[in-house]
Design a protein around this ligand. Structure first.
Ligand SMILES: *Cc1c(COP(=O)(O)O)cnc(C)c1O
Length: 358
């Protein structure tokens, strides 16, 4: 049986507005009908404007992990460098290795950001033709220096830059073409604030061209197959059409709210939670690289995070996240992304204060 809903302050899935849920509850159109191609065609320019790109933005009916697999399958010809400083960036290394592609991990301590010099050092070996980065490491609340790393990668013409922007897209501005990102992907259940099941994935022309030559050992995640249908405003297989209706509404809302306002709201929410965390606890990642969409709080008071979350859920209908994997109970994570408001974030922190007697 369904219990009362708890508002999600978790870094994915995130809270979804009822307008978005209602946008999904529409009669289905057939995916080979003109109504569908109209929907698909309407989404493209909005996605391109939102991501500052002129390249195709593919839509995978899959969670982000599927598109991460697609990126390496289609873009690694020689050898991939996986930049690792958390659980999701490590997953990308596991995916790359699991697909049987040659790869190495450059792993740094998880509380440290990936620095451009470290990337440059590795790429100078000439061994690599692709690099993966988790822009916003959701397991540690770390916003890696995307622009600086992109600048370094850009100096190696054969190296393609594959970016997991999963918990960033929709919360921070991403200038895909300006930064020269070859693949930039994000599942929609994080800062896009939609239910899980769809992933947005921009792909550069040269990545599409390379995908034609690597012969990816995948059909569902093949860029060339996707592209063939994309050109007719369709997808190769039956997509989650409901998601696409919801995405259309959400993009309209974002573009109406004004992207600048949306990102400013994320800045404001981040500052509020960071200030609170510094006052009562500490913040896990090194200063200067704190995420704008979630804060990973170091549990310096050694509270029981599980107890806190139980009280939040049972008495207040709110939910936060424990630390990820080994960071469980050592940290906890408060998401401030998507369609949450400054007022809701203040509300959550006030409730935590009263539960913990802060
Ligand atoms: C959530 C997340 C993923 C994985 O997403 P799924 O939707 O569970 O496949 C990958 N990378 C980052 C940074 C994430 O936050």
């Amino acid at each position: 049986m369904r219990k009362a809903h708890s508002k999600l302050f978790t870094p994915g899935p995130t809270e979804v507005r009822s307008e978005i849920l209602q946008a999904m509850a529409v009669p289905q159109v057939h995916h080979r009908s003109p109504e569908f191609t109209e929907l698909y065609a309407a989404l493209q320019p909005k996605l391109q404007r939102f991501l500052h790109t002129e390249h195709p933005v593919l839509l995978f009916t899959a969670s982000s992990t599927g598109a991460m697999e697609a990126a390496v399958q289609n873009c690694v010809r020689k050898r991939c460098l996986n930049l690792v400083n958390g659980a999701f960036s490590r997953r990308w290394h596991e995916i790359t290795a699991g697909c049987g592609l040659p790869c190495d991990a450059l792993e740094v301590p998880w509380e440290k950001a990936i620095k451009p010099e470290q990337v440059e050092d590795k790429l100078r070996s000439g061994k690599y033709d692709a690099v993966t980065l988790a822009y916003n490491e959701t397991s540690t609340g770390m916003l890696n220096p995307l622009a600086e790393i992109a600048e370094v990668v850009g100096t190696f013409p054969d190296v393609f830059f594959l970016v997991d922007a999963v918990s960033a897209m929709g919360g921070v501005d991403i200038d895909v073409d300006g930064l020269g990102l070859d693949v930039c992907l994000a599942g929609v259940q994080k800062a896009m604030a939609l239910p899980a099941g769809l992933t947005i994935c921009s792909v550069s022309e040269r990545a599409l061209a390379r995908a034609e030559t690597v012969n990816p050992r995948t059909y569902y995640f093949s860029f060339p197959v996707m592209l063939k249908y994309h050109k007719r405003n369709q997808t190769p297989s039956t997509p989650s059409i409901s998601h696409m209706y919801a995405l259309d509404v959400q993009l309209d809302t974002m573009l109406d709210e004004g992207l600048e306002q949306r990102f400013a709201r994320h800045d404001a929410m981040a500052r509020i939670v960071q200030d609170w965390a510094k006052r009562h606890f500490d913040i896990y990642p090194e200063q200067g690289y704190w995420s704008k969409t979630l804060t990973c709080v170091k549990n310096t008071r050694e509270i029981s995070v599980a107890d806190l979350n139980r009280k939040l859920v049972e008495a207040y209908g709110m939910r936060i996240s424990n630390g990820y994997g080994e960071l469980k109970e050592k940290t906890f994570r408060i998401a401030h992304m998507g369609d949450l408001t400054v007022a809701e974030v203040h509300g959550l922190l006030g409730v935590i204060d009263s539960i913990l007697g802060l």
